[in-house]
Write a protein that binds this ligand. Structure first.
Ligand code: ADP
Length: 866
């Protein structure tokens, strides 16, 4: 046995090996230790290997799903080794001692799950493969629980942003992939480079979908096809040659979506809050979907908002329609709530892992879809999108009718016991059931008869797996039945009971067994037929599932908008952002829980006033204002109503958000370094159509450095990028920029000191901030009085000094304009590294600043070399 085990373990490629033994999956050696630790189950041992006891643990096959789920969550991969013949077959093949043949039938990994119990209903589960090809990278992503597949490509330096958008459960890369790629998720699998050939990708996709050319599906680049090749080859491997359900791939064009990089996603907390959970994220504040598929669609919409005005308008019109008709909305949502997840049920059925319950879900889901369609049909002036979705909901009448006749109302997940095919569907099956039912009644009659004959009221006819049917009497009555002429044959003596057989019982038991086996086989054959019928219509069913999800999203967004009185945004091509009464959806909801009121604020960015510099005290609401406007733009482009009284949103091509210096030391970069790297990305990527929010840029370094950088960044955004930008800063010296930048205006969050206490009004007003209120905020935060008092003394002294020299920004009076400096830079191109070293004031640096400076110089050196 060990020999067979080691052979299989060698094929498992590092995955935990679930080795099937009867009713258990057993794990051995290190696998057993890992699994016992994760699952918190007993670690035992079995026999010896090389003189050492072999560690072992096991999980019952019928409960394996739950254990698998926990192992996968803990980051493990599992290879399932099944018995591929019965013990009888093994005996026939190799004599009584022959070992049952086993083989790995499937790899269970985070990205290749289809089981209901292992998947989160409201989250897509993406498997993603990437293939670098010259200067581009192809990306293939697929959710095999529903069969959706998408191909795209991007420049190598944009890959992080794509991976951040996708949030893969598992990533497949070629084995020559650079090991130190910064943002590869933990679940990364290396596969041979040879399985990422674009020609193979093309051939495999054509084979899978039975088409002669991919042209009809879209425009696929070589890198896309190479990634598709890697993805399909991996699926082949994980399913041991059995491919899951794959829909025809969709090519994702560049420019169709609002681009956001990983840092922007993280800081806007779109699908996940900074802490990692869903609580506090945008989606948590928005999601009123009543189906899992709807929630998954909404998550996708929010991670990839559109950049095409017509597509956005189509979504908004759908929301508008359902918003304007509360009755329709309530009815639709009540119907949708009943609809099972047919996309995922279909995925399992097509992958050959389906159950009668999945068939039942397809039946019920399609029936529900039909009702949704009828309801939409009765609604006048249906907008385009809903019309199209409604068109995808019907056409399944024959299938639904067939499934309804064939299946019982609530079919089970297991097939072993049968009982899922409805009565009257198949008369032969009914007859078999009748036979076994009669025999069961006959057995009940026998029991009564034997009780009378032996005068033993305690006599019982029982059934168990090992003995089948048997007669049992308490031990003290055993002798009566033992008598040679009793007609009973002894089978087993237990502690308190004796068990017997009889000819009559044997006959009836055989009738039950035989009829039962035939009935099971008949049900099995019907199951296969029904699965075949569903599978044959898979694309139409998948389209229905997608349409239901889209309708759920529209109804959910309408519901959410109605709840908090949100408005339909007007989407325009000109670069404006004109929001009145804007609110932050997450902060507002959080405040509402503690019965506090959110103060709405306006934002009016336009071509002549496109950069707002926002000052004011800490905690005054600057970050909140910045983010709320970024979120409003994002939501509008995703097709949602927005938390405002009115909103005119100029379409953006990219959205950037940099909030504070997030502590990212874990990744080996100092906080300030991260801040600068991220700021650099904006300066090189933003276009006049982008929208940028910058919060306290420069905060991570010393005052002078920070202020100088903030200054230069604002100028660059204003002069070069010329995009819409909200810039929050506590350096009120930056106000002077208003003198030279004509599309820049000054704003501040209002605060008042009242009886020595600071009152934050969270209200935005025009004009620069007069002071920074740092001490007042510190007092608010509970810094002890003596410290505040001392700080006040120091501050007075400093301010006096500053007044004499003309202030921190006093020396800036004759600073040449940004454009002039940029020009000069281009002409003389001095060595920036040298300059940076020369201007260092070593004595003025703290050890920490020195380290940060070294990081910065090192990176600068690397950059100059490139
Ligand atoms: P800043 O960036 O100016 O330090 P924040 O935006 O982080 O301030 O806001 C601090 C806190 O103030 C928030 O957590 C929130 O509780 C509250 N707040 C912010 N904006 C508003 C608002 N418009 N209305 C009500 N409370 C607000």
């Amino acid at each position: 046995m060990m020999e067979q085990y080691f052979a299989l373990k060698a094929q498992a490629e590092g995955a935990l090996l679930f080795y099937r033994m009867g009713d258990f999956f057993e794990l051995f050696f290190e696998d057993a230790r890992i699994a016992a630790g994760v699952l918190d189950i007993a670690l035992t041992s079995r026999g010896e290997h090389d003189g050492e006891p072999v560690a072992m643990c096991g999980v019952p096959v019928h409960a394996a799903e739950g254990y698998l789920a926990r192992l996968i969550k803990a980051g493990c991969r599992v290879a399932i080794a099944e018995q591929i013949e019965t013990p009888e077959q093994a005996k026939q093949r190799g004599g009584s001692k022959a070992l049952v043949a086993r083989d790995i039938v499937r790899f269970v990994t985070a990205g290749t799950l289809t089981e209901e119990a292992l998947l989160e209903p409201r989250r897509a589960n993406l498997l993603v493969a990437v293939a670098p090809l010259r200067d581009r990278v192809g990306i293939a992503s697929c959710d095999i629980s529903t069969g959706r597949m998408e191909l795209e490509d991007c420049a190598a330096d944009a890959l992080d942003a794509v991976l951040a958008r996708l949030g893969a459960s598992e990533l497949v890369v070629p084995d020559d992939w650079p090991k130190d790629w910064p943002d590869t998720p933990d679940e990364t699998i290396e596969r041979p480079r040879a399985s990422f050939r674009s020609e193979d990708g093309e051939t495999r996709l054509k084979d899978i979908h039975g088409i002669a050319t991919l042209d009809g599906l879209g425009d696929f680049s070589r890198p896309m096809l190479a990634a598709a090749a890697g993805l399909v080859a991996y699926l082949d491997h994980a399913g041991r040659g059995k491919l899951p359900f794959l829909l025809p791939p969709v090519a994702r064009g560049t420019g169709a979506h609002l681009a956001m990089d990983a840092a922007t996603r993280a800081s806007l907390e779109i699908l996940q809050a900074q802490g990692g959970g869903r609580d506090g994220s945008l989606i948590a504040a928005l999601d009123r979907c009543v189906t899992g598929a709807g929630a998954r669609q909404l998550a996708e919409d929010l991670s990839a908002p559109l950049a095409d005005r017509r597509a956005i308008e189509a979504r908004l019109a759908a929301v508008h329609h359902v918003h304007g008709d509360p009755l329709l909305r309530a009815d639709l949502r009540a119907l949708l709530r009943q609809a099972p997840d047919i996309g995922r049920a279909l995925g399992r059925l097509v992958a050959g892992r389906g159950s009668p319950r999945d068939l039942g879900q397809v039946r019920d889901g399609l029936a529900e879809a039909r009702r949704v369609r009828d309801m939409l049909a009765a609604s006048a002036d249906l907008p385009d999108l809903l019309q199209r979705m409604s068109g995808a909901l019907g056409g399944h009448a024959a299938l639904v009718d067939h499934l309804a006749r064939a299946l019982v109302a609530a079919p089970p997940t297991e097939r072993q016991q049968g009982g899922y095919i409805a009565p009257e569907y198949d008369h032969a099956l009914d007859a078999l059931r009748e036979t076994s039912g009669n025999a069961r009644r006959a057995i009940a009659a026998l029991e009564a008869k034997y009780r009378g004959e032996t005068d033993t009221p305690a006599l019982k006819i029982k059934h168990n797996k090992v003995l089948g049917y048997f007669i049992e009497v308490p031990a003290k009555h055993g002798d009566k039945l033992m008598a040679a002429d009793s007609g009973f044959t002894h089978r087993q003596t237990m502690a308190g009971a004796v068990r017997f057989n009889s000819v009559g019982l044997h006959e009836e038991a055989s009738r039950i067994a035989e009829a039962g086996a035939h009935a099971l086989a008949a049900e099995e054959a019907h199951f296969e037929d029904l699965v075949g019928e569903v599978t044959a219509r898979r694309e139409a069913i998948a389209a229905t599932a997608a349409a239901l999800a889209r309708i759920d999203v529209a109804a959910a967004l309408a519901e959410r908008a109605a709840e908090s009185d949100w408005c339909r945004p007007e989407v325009l091509d000109e670069p404006c952002l004109d929001v009145t009464g804007g609110r932050h959806p997450v902060v507002e909801a959080a405040l509402a829980r503690s019965a506090e009121r959110f103060v709405a604020n306006d934002c009016t960015l336009g071509p002549d006033d496109r950069l707002w510099l926002i000052g004011g005290p800490n905690m005054g609401g600057k970050s909140t204002f910045l983010r709320q406007n970024a979120l409003i733009l994002l939501m509008a482009q995703a097709g949602s109503y927005v938390p405002a009284t009115s909103a005119r949103i100029g379409l953006a091509d990219r959205l950037f958000s940099r909030v504070g210096a997030a502590d990212n030391l874990a990744r080996g970069r100092s906080t300030f370094m991260v801040e600068m790297v991220e700021t650099a990305a904006i300066l090189s990527q933003a276009t006049p159509r982008s929208f940028v929010i910058l919060d306290e840029v420069g905060r991570g370094t010393s005052t002078y450095d920070g202020m100088a950088l903030a200054w230069a960044v604002v100028e660059a955004v204003h002069e070069q990028l010329q995009c819409r930008c909200l810039f929050a800063t506590h350096y009120h010296e930056l106000s002077r920029l208003a003198e030279t930048c004509d599309a820049l205006s000054l704003h501040h969050v209002r605060a008042r000191e009242w009886k020595g206490e600071l009152v934050l009004l969270h209200e935005l007003a025009r004009g620069g901030a007069d002071r920074s209120y740092g001490l007042a905020v510190a007092r608010l935060a509970g810094v002890p009085k003596p410290v505040i008092k001392r700080a006040k003394a120091v501050l007075d002294k400093l301010e006096k000094g500053r007044a004499q020299t003309g202030g921190l920004a006093a020396g800036l009076g004759d600073l040449p304009l940004f454009a002039a400096t940029a020009q000069e830079e281009a002409e003389t191109a001095p060595d920036p590294l040298r300059e940076a070293v020369e201007t260092l004031d070593l004595d003025a640096l703290t050890p920490r600043e020195a380290l940060e400076t070294l990081y910065r110089l090192k990176a600068q050196a690397a950059e100059t070399r490139n």
